[in-house]
Write a protein that binds this ligand. Structure first.
Ligand SMILES: Nc1nc2c(ncn2[C@@H]2O[C@H](COP(=O)(O)OP(=O)(O)O)[C@@H](O)[C@H]2O)c(=O)[nH]1
Ligand SMILES: [Mg+2]
Ligand SMILES: [Zn+2]
Length: 295
């Protein structure tokens, strides 16, 4: 039985990419009975019903590595967290939440600092410093100088990557520059197009020229904030790790506890203040959620 990858699904039809080409597939009723909806990113086994028209049936969905509801997509293994050096100013809190949901789902985050052409390099370095000790790859990019594009290609090659970040940071621009055909709407165009028109967009895997796939989503939350307990949050901060074991209290949450080695590292500048402040904010948010639920 041929195997393939679901690229997109529209109205009960699924576009499946396989070694034999693209097929338009429907799904067996049994899936619906079981309450299973195939997603872009799913690996499937399918049978061909008409080889001329390239039609078939999806027979089996392979076990997922992970899947998300917003955007609906399966088997992601990279999350590109895109920040702009300016216009808009970096939203570090959002970036940390995205990073958190990636780490939680065993997805490697890549930090992209875009629009480096708009600021002095000292400012780009400041933003880079926030993430340098996380060990996550960082790519500095600009559509003007084309800085970073080769490095990004290298990082995304053969992977399935979701692009996320504030609106206007340049996600669609980056993706357009990575593929030969322009598929994504960028800021300037989309305002015109969106007005008056329905804005429903289907999640779609876009094939990169360098191999691999990307997903561009306007609204985005991989994060279900209740997916993590507040006392586990610090595990999502790799740069805290080497200090955690040195805290005076076992199970220190690095908030108000005395003898906290993490807080000490923040005060000496070993851990960036920005990351720690975001940690505290997210910690409080998660704690509040938890207390609301269990009180
Ligand atoms: N100066 C500069 N502008 C950029 C860069 N990348 C994107 N932009 C602009 O930023 C705006 C928003 O870009 P867009 O790709 O639509 O952002 P998205 O909302 O994240 O998809 C557009 O006007 C782009 O032309 C860059 O590297 N440098
Ligand atoms: Mg966009
Ligand atoms: Zn501590």
């Amino acid at each position: 039985m041929p195997e393939g990858l679901i690229i997109k699904g529209v109205g009960g039809f699924y576009q499946v990419e396989s070694r034999e080409g693209f097929y338009e597939c429907r799904i067996r009723g049994i899936f619906r009975k079981k309450g299973i909806t195939p997603l872009p990113g799913d690996y499937v086994d399918f049978t061909i019903t008409d080889d001329k028209k390239k039609e078939g049936w999806i027979e089996e969905i392979r076990q997922r590595r992970n899947f998300f509801n917003r955007p609906p997509v399966a088997n992601i293994n990279r999350l590109a967290v895109v920040l702009a050096a300016a216009q808009p100013a970096p939203d570090f809190l959002l970036a940390d939440k995205l990073i958190m949901s990636a780490v939680l789902n065993d997805i490697e985050p890549i930090i992209i600092i875009n629009k480096t052409d708009l600021v002095e390099c000292g400012i780009v370095d400041e933003i880079e410093k926030v993430y340098i000790k996380t060990g996550f790859p960082i790519v500095k990019m600009s559509k003007i100088t084309m800085e970073g594009y080769d490095l990004l290609r290298e990082k995304l090659k053969g992977k399935c990557t979701v692009f996320a970040g504030q609106s206007g940071v340049g996600k669609s621009t980056i993706l357009n520059n990575m593929i030969s055909s322009s598929l994504m709407e960028t800021g300037e165009v989309s305002k015109k197009i969106k007005r008056g028109k329905h804005t429903t967009r289907h999640v779609q895997l876009i094939s990169l020229d360098c191999g691999g796939y990307v997903v561009d989503t306007p609204g985005f939350s991989l994060v279900s904030p209740d997916g993590v307990h507040y006392e586990e949050l610090s595990w999502m901060y790799p740069e805290f790790e080497k200090y955690q074991s040195l805290c005076r209290f076992n199970g220190c949450n690095h908030i108000k506890e005395p003898g906290c080695s993490v807080k000490n590292a923040v005060s000496t500048g070993e851990i960036p203040e920005t990351r720690y402040e975001c940690y505290k904010r997210i910690y409080e948010e998660l704690k509040e959620l938890h207390e609301k639920r269990y009180e």
